[in-house]
Unconditional design. Structure first.
Length: 628
């Protein structure tokens, strides 16, 4: 090392002089430039005496001459001169770095330079009465303790490393630091941290962390510090700063691990932006989007799913998807079948099914479900996109019903023409017979025939009303009178001939505003439906009851027939929906009855249990009597 340093002193004389002058200006900021230049030349002479000529005693004597010339009355002159000479270590380190191979370990080199300065420093210490501890502080050993293998590992891991001694001079600058700051080690090593060094802008936060490490032995971690590199390169850098210690545990400097997080931060911000986009799309979507894990448990649930199914995300996360499937065997087998198809084929498209909301309502949905697989092709879950098409299906059903009704209307017009003419003739003959016949019993039977003829005529008119409603006479009617007429008509029906028929009619019930014929038709429909339901009974029982309260007038038709099954109840008032055997019903009677009662501002409801009694209740608003 002595030979190499001697060569550097000769070859890099100009460089060493310039660098030493800069450091002297820092030590003696009030001195004139000429005086500092002269002092520098004397200091270089001292270096040549104890390094090149290996004569530390003569070097110390020459220091005495310098002190008497420049600091004749200053007690601290020995420490000033010694400190100025020791500053040359960093300049020599820098010069050696410029002339050495890229594999040179600057820590080992700096330790050897300190060894080279030690004899001179010990001699000066004895000459000027300095403590031995002060010498160890000025010339710390064992920088090479940070071995080359460890430093290379940091570089391989993408971590930059730099080290400072206790005087804040760079003693190590890794390859990764060169690439990060675009500054070679030869321009850094031996330089004072931040002094006229434009390779980085020294933020106070970084400087304080280094100072605390050197002065107090404090570890620091600065995460994503906004850090300016060079003139215009702003980066986000992680710093892990720790004290550098010798084998005795004493702090001899500071080391910093540097990780450039700019690209990572930009990727995180981009990812965060796309996550926000995805979340906005997810939550603004009109369709329910559901993610299931490999066990078909809900892992994600968007806002549309909340609107369609009624459950909030936190209420369903981790629960099986069967929570939204109706609890019947057909639906449960269906969802199992869908899962098998998705696992095997990878997808299912536009599948129509029924699902269950939180409140027990069934909705019709169209779903598409796709498998989610990892890089190895393993099934790790599935995604579901579901659209609520309940309203669409209702509109489609209504359109289908309208088409059916149109066909019925066309048929009804023909029937009305073909049946109407014979009925008119029969009615005329019946009226003539009533005039000619003297027997009162026969006259009553002819009157009954006339009632049946009128009933047939009304039925034909009702059939026409499906497509072209006709005007009915609306007036104030007494509901009990309607029921009296109903009883007189239905008692001749063979289905009710042997069944028990009872009435419980509240006298003096208020009048209701409706069409007598249409309300009569409603009660006949209900009673004949009851007759069909009681065919399974040996002793059928039909009861019609009326009552009233402050809200309106009520009537009920109750039978002890076979009842109506639970799944049929929601559809009982739909057109063309019938529970009767094929050929026995058209599915129009209850739908017509429902619409008649609704047209007069009333309601018709059903109470039933399977294999038990069934009761239809009609309510109509009462006519308010004018106060006299």
């Amino acid at each position: 090392m002595k030979k190499l340093v001697s060569q550097i002193l000769k070859q890099e004389h100009q460089y060493i002089s310039e660098q030493l002058q800069e450091r002297a200006e820092m030590l003696l900021p009030d001195w004139p430039a000429v005086e500092i230049e002269n002092l520098v030349q004397h200091l270089i002479t001292v270096l040549n005496i104890f390094i090149v000529k290996s004569n530390p005693e003569k070097a110390v004597e020459y220091c005495d001459k310098i002190m008497h010339k420049y600091f004749p009355a200053l007690e601290t002159s020995p420490s000033i001169i010694l400190n100025a000479i020791l500053q040359s270590r960093y300049i020599l380190l820098s010069a050696l770095t410029k002339n050495a191979s890229a594999s040179m370990n600057s820590l080992v080199t700096f330790a050897k330079i300190n060894d080279l300065f030690r004899p001179f420093t010990i001699k000066a210490q004895k000459q000027y009465g300095m403590h031995e501890e002060d010498v160890r502080e000025l010339l710390p050993q064992n920088f090479e303790g940070a071995n080359e293998l460890t430093l290379s590992s940091f570089d391989f891991a993408g971590l930059g490393v730099f080290m400072l001694d206790k005087q804040f001079n760079f003693i190590y600058w890794s390859d990764r630091m060169e690439r990060l700051y675009n500054v070679p080690a030869q321009n850094v090593l031996g330089k004072y941290f931040g002094a006229k060094l434009q390779l980085l802008q020294v933020e106070k936060e970084i400087y304080d962390a280094l100072r605390f490490a050197i002065e107090n032995g404090v570890y620091s971690e600065l995460i994503s510090t906004r850090h300016t590199i060079g003139e215009d390169r702003e980066r986000f850098v992680n710093f892990k700063i720790s004290p550098l210690r010798n084998e005795k545990g004493s702090v001899i400097g500071a080391s910093a691990l540097v990780k450039d997080m700019t690209e990572r931060r930009e990727k995180d911000l981009t990812l965060q932006k796309y996550e926000q986009y995805f979340e906005n799309i997810l939550n603004d979507a009109a369709d329910a989007i559901i993610i299931l894990d490999e066990n078909d448990r809900i892992a994600m649930w968007n806002k549309a799913a909340e609107r369609i199914y009624g459950w909030r995300e936190n209420e369903v996360l981790g629960k099986p998807v069967s929570i939204i499937v109706p609890d019947d065997k057909i639906s449960q087998r269906e969802i199992e079948k869908i899962s098998r198809i998705v696992r095997k084929r990878g997808y299912i498209r536009n599948f129509r099914s029924r699902r269950l909301t939180r409140f027990g309502k069934r909705v019709i949905i169209k779903i598409s479900r796709s498998a989610i697989r990892n890089d190895e092709g393993e099934y790790i879950g599935s995604s579901i996109i579901a659209r609520d098409i309940t309203r669409e299906e209702q509109l489609r059903a209504q359109l289908s019903q309208s088409e059916k009704l149109s066909a019925v209307g066309t048929l009804a017009a023909g029937i009305a023409h073909e049946v109407g003419s014979p009925l008119t003739s029969i009615s005329s003959l019946t009226q003539m017979l009533q005039l000619d016949v003297k027997d009162q019993n026969v006259k009553e039977k002819l009157s009954l025939i006339q009632e049946f003829i009128d009933r047939i005529a009304r039925t034909v008119r009702t059939l026409v009303d499906f497509s072209k409603p006709i005007t009915q006479k609306v007036e104030n009617i007494y509901l009990n009178h309607v029921i009296d007429h109903v009883i007189r008509i239905i008692k001749y029906d063979k289905r009710l001939k042997h069944q028990k028929i009872e009435t419980e009619l509240e006298p003096h019930i208020p009048l209701v505003k409706a069409s007598f014929d249409q309300v009569l038709q409603v009660f006949i429909n209900l009673c004949l439906n009851a007759a069909d339901a009681m065919e399974c009974r040996d002793k059928g029982y039909l009861k019609i009851k009326t009552w009233y309260n402050e809200t309106g007038v009520f009537a009920s038709v109750t039978d002890n027939g076979c009842g109506i099954s639970k799944e049929n109840i929601p559809h009982i008032f739909e057109p063309f929906y019938t529970t009767k055997q094929h050929g026995k019903g058209t599915g129009l009677g209850l739908w017509v009855s429902y619409n008649i009662i609704k047209s007069f501002g009333g309601e018709i409801t059903l109470e039933t249990k399977e294999t038990a009694a069934t009761q239809f209740t009609i309510s109509l608003p009462a006519v308010r009597q004018k106060k006299e």
